[in-house]
Design a protein around this ligand. Structure first.
Ligand SMILES: NC(=O)c1ccc[n+]([C@@H]2O[C@H](COP(=O)([O-])OP(=O)(O)OC[C@H]3O[C@@H](n4cnc5c(N)ncnc54)[C@H](O)[C@@H]3O)[C@@H](O)[C@H]2O)c1
Length: 488
């Protein structure tokens, strides 16, 4: 997109300017330069989107699941055909390395459209036998208008993970991407239209917290699916409570990764790096509390340090880059402040944790991945979500001890266990209070497997067939075949 073009809203099947007449800037994190101005939706724009979505809903919900599914699958194909262009947009908006965006971000969105497109024809209710003269059945009906609110770390993936199940079930969607990464949610609108989606079924409104608040508090919106931080999630929940909306909450994490002494060391190091440094550490499910058995602690740190220091920090558009730019300067400053805090708290900084200058990208927000050892469970770096490339390593001795320490948090998004002893792996996983657990790997999220959090990390699940339940409501229908009994 040329830097002079404004990024419009998308309402009722058309790109449009905001009635609010307000705009904000979309900045490339790696260069610090403006990509474009973005039309900002005010209250009247949200009203317009709700009217369009209601009209779209009437058309879309009357179509068969087979017809709806065909359009979603077609959109998935277009996404894959345009993978490179969309991945480059993702990199420009987020600062993440192109090597990641090409193999994960766009395909993960396409997977969701394909998966839920395939399920659309199979959304159904149950039959209940009530004896010879009666039966009941249930209809699984769409909710109506769903609103999606996204975070900035996986813009296309988040838009598709919410939109695909919502649309498969016959709902319409008003999606608000993060103000920091607005482009690909808008691109998705054009792709869905090209695939045959009726007007008004998928709408995009841009804006900040206020725009999100307009959606979450709107009485004619039936569901909010939110991805973001715990504090914002609580505000959205309050808004949703006022109008008794369905909610899905995908919130933050501070997840444990437990590495036992019989682990295959190279794999454990690989997983710890994936669990902390992928997308510059800006991943909700990251395993940032790494518990390593004391007998292998020093060998683990030695291998980890060597491999981490070989990572390439640089231009996210370069295929060689492993660590791109953090989302912006203030987030970089927040992450570096946590590094300073870790040192103050008495943790030992083994590697990294410094701002890095990248040639020709002086306006970017780059840092070297940080590894802390000698961490204690009560340090703030081990309790608070940093959302940057900062790994805290702690040692442990006993299985029961490490399970208790891993569970000692208000969050519960994910967890990982490394061991060759599979009986132990399953025993430990069963006791971990986290929505997604990995045994001998980390951070894989195939579309057919549910994803979501325990405790304050969230409510509900995304992905897998179960998501259909979160985007439909059940109507029970009692059918009398005999006479009506009446004592009066
Ligand atoms: N569990 C998951 O699946 C998942 C995935 C990605 C990110 N996250 C979490 O997201 C956070 C990082 O993303 P972020 O900084 O964009 O989060 P954030 O909470 O600051 O913002 C998320 C979204 O909410 C909007 N928003 C802000 N105030 C609002 C309000 N009052 N009402 C409605 N909407 C409002 C923002 O504009 C943005 O679109 C991290 O905590 C991360 O763990 C979770």
């Amino acid at each position: 997109m040329a830097s002079t073009t404004n990024l419009p809203l998308f309402i009722g099947g058309k790109a449009c300017k905001a009635i609010s007449r307000k705009k904000f800037e979309n900045i490339n994190p790696a260069s610090g330069k403006k990509i474009c101005d973005v039309e900002q939706a005010g209250r009247r724009d949200i009203e317009k989107a709700v009217v369009a979505a209601r009209k779209g809903f009437a058309v879309w919900s009357a179509m068969s699941g087979t017809e709806r599914g065909r359009i979603l699958i077609k959109a998935a194909q277009i996404l894959r055909e345009r993978r490179k262009e969309l991945a480059e947009i993702e990199v420009r908006d987020t600062g993440k390395p192109i090597s990641e965006a090409l193999v994960v971000d766009i395909d993960s969105g396409a997977d969701a459209l394909e998966f839920f497109g395939g399920l659309a024809a199979d959304i159904k209710g149950d039959h209940h036998d009530l004896g010879e003269s009666a039966f009941a059945y249930t209809r699984r009906e769409p909710l109506g208008i769903c609103a999606g609110i996204g975070a900035w770390n996986y813009p296309m993936q988040i838009a598709c993970w919410k939109t695909a199940p919502a649309l498969a079930c016959g709902n319409s969607m008003i999606f608000k991407p993060s103000e920091m990464t607005p482009t690909n949610a808008f691109m998705l609108a054009g792709i869905l239209k090209q695939a045959g989606l009726p007007d008004g079924v998928y709408n995009v409104v841009h804006g900040m917290g206020e725009t999100g608040h307009f959606l979450a508090s709107h009485p004619d919106i039936d569901k909010i699916s939110f991805t973001g931080s715990v504090p914002t999630g609580k505000l959205v929940l309050k808004d949703a409570a006022e109008t008794v909306k369905y909610v899905t909450m995908e919130l933050g994490g501070k997840s444990p990764l437990i590495i036992f002494d019989d682990s295959q060391l190279d794999n454990a190091v690989s997983a710890a790096m994936n669990a902390n440094f992928y997308t510059q550490g800006e991943v909700c499910s990251n395993g940032t509390r790494v518990y390593v058995h004391e007998d292998i602690h020093d060998d683990f740190i030695e291998a980890l340090k060597e491999r981490t220091e070989a990572m390439v920090i640089g231009d996210p558009m370069s295929a060689k880059t492993h660590i791109g730019s953090l989302i912006n300067k203030s987030h970089l400053e927040k992450v570096l402040e946590y590094v300073r805090l870790g040192i103050e708290e008495g943790a030992y900084l083994v590697s990294g944790g410094e701002e890095v200058a990248v040639k020709k990208l002086s306006g970017g927000s780059f840092m070297s991945p940080a590894i802390f050892t000698a961490c204690q469970d009560d340090m703030r770096i081990c309790r608070e979500e940093i959302f940057g490339p900062v790994m805290s390593v702690m040692s442990f001795r006993e299985e029961e001890e490490v399970i208790n320490r891993a569970n000692d948090t208000e969050l519960g998004l994910s967890a990982g266990v490394f061991t060759q002893n599979l009986a132990r792996a399953h025993r430990v996983v069963a006791k971990l209070r986290a929505g997604t657990c990995w045994i001998n790997n980390y951070n894989l999220t195939p579309i057919g497997v549910p994803f979501g959090g325990y405790k304050q990390s969230g409510i509900g699940r995304e992905n897998a067939a179960g998501a259909i339940e979160h985007f439909t409501q059940v109507k029970s229908v009692y059918v009398e075949l005999g006479d009506v009994e009446c004592d009066y």
